[in-house]
Design a protein around this ligand. Structure first.
Ligand code: ADP
Ligand code: ASP
Ligand code: MG
Length: 402
C-alpha cells in the first residue's frame, strides 16, 4: 500500500511532537507500506516569518515573501528525516524544487499544475520514507511559490493523486471534521463521514481544518481522504463522494473572519453600472462573495460586497482609481465583519432553514448585515465580535450537538 500522511504545524511544533510523528510514520513503514510524508512548518513559524517580513517592509515583494516562507517547511522536513534516521529508519527530505512540484506563477496563491513523481518513486523503491515540504512549489521562472495559507493539505492530496496513493491521511490537532469548530463550540459533534461537496463548502466558508483546494482536488481525482488526530488514535472523518450516513438537514456551521465589506455608494441606478463594477474586479482576479444592492435615493443605488481581507487594499485602490467611470459618490470599506454559514446538502428543499437560522441569531441578539444563499448553504454577514456567540446559537438551534 502507498500512504500519504500530512502533518500540520501543531503536530510538529517541538522535538516531542516530531518524534511522535516519526514513530507513527515508521509504524506504517514497518508494515511494508510505502510512506510519503508531507509536513507544514513547525508551530506558528509561518506567522512569525510573515511578521518578520513586515518589520523590514510593510509591503514586501510577493516573490521575496515566498522565498522567505518556504524556509519554514524545509526546517521541518529536514528535522523529521534526522529524527527517523536516529530511530534507524532510512528517510529522505525533499523540497518542491527537488521533487519537482510545478505551479502557476502567482506568488502567494500559486496553483499546483503538475508533479514529477520519478524522484519520489525512486526513493520509495529504495525503501526510504520520503518527506516532502508542504505549501510550496516552483513556477516557470524556477522561483519558489506558495499555495496560500493552509496549503500543505493541497500538497498532500496532489501527491496522493500523482502517486495513485491508496489513502491520503491529514493529521491535525483535532480528531476530525466536526459540526462546527470544536474550539468555539465545545459540544460540536465529530462527523464519521462527509461528502466532498459539503466539505468543500465547509472549507470555503471558513472551517480551516482542510484547505479548500485540497478538497477540490480530492474530488477531481477521487482521492480517499481521512482527517484525524496526530495525538490520539481516535477514528477520524472520511471525506468521500457519497456518504452512507442518513442525510441530515444541516451538517454544520462555519465562520470566516478573513473577509471585509466594500460599499460603492451613490452610483447611477441604470443598466450596466453593476456590470462595470464586477467586470473590473473580475479582470483583476478579485473574488467577490456576498453581493447586495439597494436603492437609497431617487436615481441612485449602493452596491456592497465582500472580498478577502488580503484583497482589500488592492480592491479599494482599483475602485478609487475608477470611481468616476463607475459614477460612484464614495467608496468605503469595513474590516470588522465575519461570515457565518450553515451548510447542508439536505437544506435545498427545506424552506424552514433560513427562518430557523435568523431566529437563532435574533435570539442571540446578533444583527445580520447581508445574506447569501445557495443550494447547500446560507451565509449571513455579521459583526466580527459576535461570531462565537452566533456560532453557538445557530449550532444549538439545529440540534447539532451530540
Ligand atoms: P493544521 O496545522 O494541522 O493544518 P489547522 O489549524 O489548519 O491545522 O486546522 C485545524 C483547526 O481547524 C482545528 O484546530 C480547529 O480549530 C479548526 N476548525 C475549524 N472548523 C472546524 C471543523 N468544522 N472541524 C474541525 N476543525 C475545525
Ligand atoms: N505553513 C503554512 C501555513 O501556515 C502551510 C500550512 O500550514 O498548511 O499556512
Ligand atoms: Mg491547516
Amino acid at each position: 500500500m502507498l500512504v500519504v500522511k500530512k502533518f500540520g504545524g501543531s503536530s510538529v511544533a517541538d522535538k516531542e511532537r516530531i518524534f511522535n510523528v516519526a514513530r507513527r510514520c515508521i509504524e506504517d513503514y514497518e508494515k511494508g507500506n510505502d510512506v510519503v510524508v508531507v509536513l507544514s512548518a513547525m508551530g506558528k513559524t509561518t506567522d512569525g516569518l510573515i511578521a518578520k517580513a513586515h518589520e523590514i517592509n510593510p509591503n514586501p515583494p510577493k516573490r521575496e515573501l515566498d522565498m522567505l516562507l518556504v524556509t519554514g517547511e524545509q526546517v521541518s522536513v529536514a528535522l523529521m528525516a534526522m529524527a527517523m534516521s536516529s530511530l534507524g529508519v532510512p528517510a529522505v527530505s525533499l523540497n518542491a524544487a527537488q521533487v519537482v512540484m510545478h505551479t502557476s506563477s502567482a506568488y502567494g496563491s500559486a496553483k499546483l499544475k503538475r508533479i514529477d513523481a520519478e524522484r519520489i518513486r525512486h526513493e520509495l523503491e529504495s525503501r526510504r520514507i520520503v518527506i516532502v515540504t508542504g505549501f510550496q512549489g516552483i513556477n516557470k521562472y524556477d522561483d519558489f511559490t506558495t499555495l496560500g495559507r493552509g496549503g500543505s493539505d493541497t500538497t498532500a492530496v496532489a501527491l496522493a493523486a500523482a502517486l495513485h496513493a491508496d489513502v491520503c491521511e491529514i493529521y491535525t490537532d483535532v480528531e476530525g471534521v466536526y459540526t462546527a469548530d470544536p474550539r468555539v463550540v465545545p459540544n460540536a459533534r465529530k462527523l464519521a463521514e462527509v461528502s466532498y461537496d459539503e466539505m468543500l463548502e465547509f472549507a470555503s466558508l471558513g472551517a480551516k481544518v482542510l484547505h479548500n483546494r485540497s478538497v477540490e482536488m480530492a474530488k477531481k481525482y477521487g482521492v480517499k481522504l481521512v482527517v484525524l488526530s496526530s495525538l490520539t488514535r481516535a477514528e477520524g472523518t472520511i471525506v468521500k463522494e457519497e456518504t452512507k450516513v442518513e442525510r441530515t438537514l444541516i451538517s454544520g456551521v462555519a465562520a470566516d473572519a478573513s473577509v471585509a465589506r466594500i460599499s460603492v455608494l451613490g452610483v447611477e441606478n441604470k443598466p450596466g453600472i453593476t456590470f462595470r463594477v464586477f467586470n473590473l474586479l473580475a479582470k483583476n482576479h478579485i473574488n467577490v462573495d456576498i453581493i447586495i444592492q439597494s436603492v437609497t435615493e431617487p436615481g441612485k443605488k449602493d452596491i456592497s460586497f465582500t472580498v478577502a481581507k488580503t484583497d482589500l487594499s488592492d480592491t479599494m485602490d482599483l475602485l478609487r482609481e475608477n470611481r468616476e467611470s463607475l459614477t460612484a459618490r464614495e467608496i468605503v470599506s469595513e474590516e470588522g465583519v465575519a461570515k457565518l454559514s450553515v451548510i447542508g446538502a439536505g437544506m435545498c428543499s427545506n424552506p424552514g432553514v433560513a427562518a430557523k437560522m435568523f431566529e437563532a441569531l435574533y435570539s442571540a441578539d446578533v444583527n445580520t448585515e447581508m445574506i447569501a444563499t445557495s443550494e447547500i448553504r446560507i451565509t449571513a454577514l455579521i459583526d466580527e465580535r459576535d461570531v462565537k456567540r452566533a456560532m453557538r446559537a445557530v449550532h444549538d438551534a439545529f440540534d447539532l450537538a451530540d
